[in-house]
Structure formats: structure tokens, C-alpha cells
Write a protein that binds this ligand. Structure first.
Ligand code: SF4
Length: 379
């Protein structure tokens, strides 16, 4: 792509720019592999600004890889709650246990060993090993691929037709052998702050003189949009049972799967959740039948319909129809958890469950007024 002198100039310009303009991020102030690894996992699906408070709270709770390995999974998920994509947290802990058991609690320093850990793919391994150990491994993710595609003027879907392999080859050639960790971070930083998906700021770009897309006036059209998977609509109904003390009932993932079905359990991120089912036509009736058969035959409370909750999980657009049922006494279910509706923070819950709780809390005032007029049934 570039002649040898051009490549040298390109590297120099980008590394200088990075040294001067890089954002001050907590994981850039350390060489601790556990901290770098945690940041890379959190940043896989989360913006930097959103990840920082989670990163700091997580490290305060689990300051060392050994502490993370020994922690109950539920505690790990509780500290991840709100970040989404919870398999990241589960894999992080599995990998922590592997590292303690097989690598004397130190993150391995070779690609082969790093790739054998749960949740570590080629990108994450290259990022951690280059930043923490100075290994000459070039990262390639969507951000870096976009930058390279624009620099080289590569058109078409970057993930097909052998383009990704071509981009990896280019990333390997561009990598600065003297400073691979800084180099990878500089490429990522350029993609995150200047060469952004929409409206790249070419006037501020330190490597604009090398950019084919800019020369051809194609910076805005490279890369071409990928064909997105069709959106699948899913309709759920959730039951928020509340007693006079404001306590509610949550079900755990494992036990409730038989009741709610595998697909629903996945949508609820395999975390604590309100009794929830997938519904087709008459959500109120279907939920009532479910409650009668799975929660208790005597369950005869009136269900108050609450405002719809919307949530997206990858290509699935979920609409939840929440219902609130006020009861004198919560049903007794051995494996369920009883906790205050206005404080679900004691157990790991997904954002979807938080939204349902929010809808139920907002409805309290209206419900109380309605109840005075027409008292409801209870257990
Ligand atoms: Fe990206 Fe523009 Fe820089 Fe090219 S000149 S790498 S399109 S920011």
C-alpha cells in the first residue's frame, strides 16, 4: 500500500498525533494485564464514556484476577448489570478461573494461550498482548477496518469477498514494530475520534495525505453499509406482583427456563427477572393462565396493564406488556427471590427487567387511586 519511506512517515505522524491528542482513559494509565483485559472486554460492545464508571466499580469490587475467579457468579453479574451482553461477564469470570488454575494468576503472554481463554478472540488477544507485553500483533475490528479501508480506498462489504483478510494483511504491514501497543491504540483512537463512521473529520486527520478515500471524495461512502439482518419482533408479557410492603418476586434464570421457555430466558439475559412469557394474542389471559399454572392455583389477582416497554437485543425488537398485580401476600416459591420493587440492585437484573420495574413503579399512584374505587382480589 505504501512505499517504505511513506510507511515510516505514516507511522511517525500517527504515533505523534496519538502521543499528543489521545484521551486520558483509566486503562491507559496502567500496564496491569487484568485491567487492560477488563477494559478490552467492556469496550467490545460499550462506548468509552459508559464503560468508565463500570470499569472503576468492577475493579473496586474485584481488584485482582484471583478475587474475580473466586467470586460468586451472581456478584460478578450484579456489577455488570446495565452494561448488557452478559455473556462477556460470564466468560470473563471463566477465563479468570482458567488463568488462576493454569497460568498462576498471570494473563498468558502468547496468542495461543490467550486464545484458549473464554471470551478471547483474535482482536482481544492482539489488543491485550500488544499493549501489555509489546507483542507485534495488529488489531483489526470494525473501527480499524474502516480506517484502513478508507486509507486504501477499499470498497464493498468489508466482511465479505476476502476483504477482511486483506484488511488484516494491511493492518499487519502498517503495525509499528517498535511500539505495537501504542500503534494499535492509535489506530483505534483515530477510528473512534476522527475517522468516525459518519462525517469523518478529514481536516483534522494526521494521516490525511495518505488517504485514498479522501483523494477520491469517498470518505463518506466507505465502507458501504452492510445488509442488516431482518428485525424480528417479539412480544412478551411480564407479571410484577407487589405486596403492601412494596416487595416483589423475581425468578432465577435456571429454574424458570422450564416455565418461560429457552428463548425468553435468553432475552432476559439469563438473569433474575419477573415472571415472563412470550405471548401471541391475548396477553392478559395468557399471563393469567401461566400464573395460575406455574405460580399458584389460587392466584386470582386483577392485573393492571402498564405502559409498554420496548427493548432491543441484537436483531430482536422486544415489546413487553407489563402487568402489575397487588396481593396481600406474595406467593411462596422456593427458588424465587423477594425484594423491594424500588431496589432491585441486590441481584443481577438486565436492563429489560429494570425498565419493567420502572413502568410498575410509575403506575403506583394511579393504581392506588383505582384500587380505592374497586378493591382487587388477592391470595
Ligand atoms: Fe479517515 Fe478522512 Fe483521515 Fe482518510 S483523511 S483516514 S477518511 S479521517
Amino acid at each position: 500500500m505504501l512505499t517504505r519511506p511513506m510507511l515510516a512517515r505514516f507511522r511517525k505522524k500517527l504515533l505523534r498525533w496519538f502521543a499528543e491528542f489521545q484521551r486520558d482513559l483509566p486503562w491507559r494509565r496502567t500496564k496491569n494485564t487484568y485491567h487492560i483485559w477488563l477494559s478490552e472486554i467492556m469496550l467490545q460492545q460499550t462506548r468509552v464514556a459508559a464503560a468508565i464508571p463500570y470499569y472503576e466499580r468492577f475493579l473496586a469490587a474485584f481488584p485482582e484476577v484471583k478475587v474475580l475467579a473466586q467470586a460468586p457468579e451472581e456478584e460478578v453479574l450484579r456489577h455488570w448489570a446495565g452494561l448488557g451482553y452478559y455473556s462477556r461477564a460470564r466468560n470473563l469470570q471463566k477465563a479468570a478461573r482458567q488463568i488462576v488454575a493454569e497460568h498462576d494468576a498471570a494473563f498468558p503472554d502468547t496468542s495461543e494461550k490467550a486464545l484458549a481463554l473464554s471470551g478471547i478472540g483474535a482482536y482481544t488477544a492482539a489488543a491485550i498482548l500488544s499493549i501489555a507485553y509489546g507483542r507485534k500483533l495488529a488489531v483489526l475490528d470494525g473501527n480499524v477496518a474502516r480506517v484502513i479501508a478508507r486509507l486504501a480506498g477499499i470498497r464493498g462489504d468489508l466482511r465479505s469477498g476476502g476483504r477482511w483478510q486483506l484488511l488484516q494483511k494491511s493492518a499487519d504491514e502498517l503495525l509499528s514494530p517498535q511500539a505495537p501497543g501504542d500503534w494499535n491504540q492509535a489506530m483505534m483512537e483515530l477510528g473512534a475520534t476522527i475517522c468516525t463512521p459518519r462525517s469523518p473529520q478529514c481536516l483534522l486527520c494526521p494521516v490525511a495525505e495518505f488517504c485514498e478515500a479522501r483523494k477520491l471524495g469517498l470518505a463518506d461512502v466507505i465502507p458501504e453499509n452492510r445488509k442488516l439482518r431482518d428485525v424480528v419482533e417479539v412480544m412478551l408479557a411480564a407479571l410484577v406482583i407487589v405486596d403492601p410492603e412494596g416487595r416483589t418476586l423475581l425468578l432465577p434464570h435456571g429454574k424458570s427456563r422450564a416455565m418461560t421457555g429457552h428463548d425468553v430466558a435468553v432475552l432476559l439475559s439469563r438473569m433474575w427477572h419477573f415472571p415472563t412469557i412470550q405471548v401471541k394474542k391475548d396477553a392478559r389471559k395468557e399471563l393469567r393462565d401461566f400464573a395460575a399454572s406455574c405460580i399458584g392455583k389460587r392466584f386470582a389477582a386483577e392485573f393492571q396493564g402498564l405502559p409498554k416497554v420496548r427493548h432491543a437485543v441484537t436483531y430482536r425488537q422486544i415489546t413487553v406488556l407489563p402487568f402489575r398485580a397487588e396481593v396481600e401476600k406474595l406467593p411462596v416459591i422456593a427458588y424465587a427471590k423477594t425484594l423491594r420493587l424500588d431496589d432491585l440492585s441486590l441481584v443481577p437484573v438486565s436492563n429489560l427487567t429494570r425498565k419493567v420495574a420502572g413502568a410498575a413503579l410509575c403506575a403506583v399512584v394511579d393504581w392506588k387511586t383505582a384500587r380505592e374505587k374497586a378493591p382487587t382480589l388477592c391470595f
